[in-house]
Design a binder for this molecule. Structure first.
Ligand code: S3P
Length: 170
């Protein structure tokens, strides 16, 4: 039987990190949605936002999500931070398989994102104070989508075994 697992959560929650580890442990292919979008468009995420705008990116994100999920029987997918919040994508993921929200404290998100904001169009032009505000506000706005995940886990104290256990008991 196929197993489609979607890791969701804010930028900086470690969706790619956990996705790769889970993929190795379960021997199921791993897809990073942002990476697939970049490959599909032959442009970086920053370029897509700058040249075509966020609306175009969201449409593309939905299309690539459907392509991967539609053509593959089993996979672990690291979604983008905004993926579950547009085009009923969260409903689609829950119909297709299991969604897992990795919830990380805003302090840890800030520490991680401050170091790696240049590749993220929504963060790259913000200073530290603006970024703190952005994280808090955006996370509050997005919670209603993230909370619809099949599984919710606190990422700060997460272990691979716990992640696997939760998935098999979902
Ligand atoms: C976004 C998150 C990014 C990427 C894009 C927009 C968002 O993915 O899809 O920059 O809206 O939160 P990561 O969560 O992998 O950084």
């Amino acid at each position: 039987m196929g197993m489609k697992i979607f890791l969701i959560g804010f930028m900086g929650t470690g969706k790619t990190h956990w996705g790769k580890r889970l993929s190795e442990k379960l021997h199921i292919p791993f897809f990073d949605l942002d990476e697939q979008i970049v490959e599909h468009e032959k442009k970086t995420i920053n370029e897509i936002f700058a040249e075509r705008g966020e609306e175009y990116f969201r449409l593309l994100e939905k299309d690539v999500l459907h392509i991967i999920a539609g053509y593959n029987e089993s996979f672990i997918m690291a979604c983008g931070g905004g993926t579950p919040c547009y085009y009923n994508n969260i409903d689609y993921m829950n119909q297709q398989g299991i969604s897992v929200w990795l919830n990380t404290s805003t302090d840890i998100l800030f520490q991680r994102l401050a170091k790696e904001k240049s590749k993220r169009p929504l963060l790259k032009d913000l200073n530290d104070i603006q970024m703190k505000e952005f994280i808090q506000k955006k996370l509050a706005d997005r919670k209603i989508y993230y909370e619809q995940a099949s599984i919710i886990l606190e990422e700060d104290t997460l272990t691979l075994d716990r992640l696997v256990e939760k998935i098999f008991h979902a």
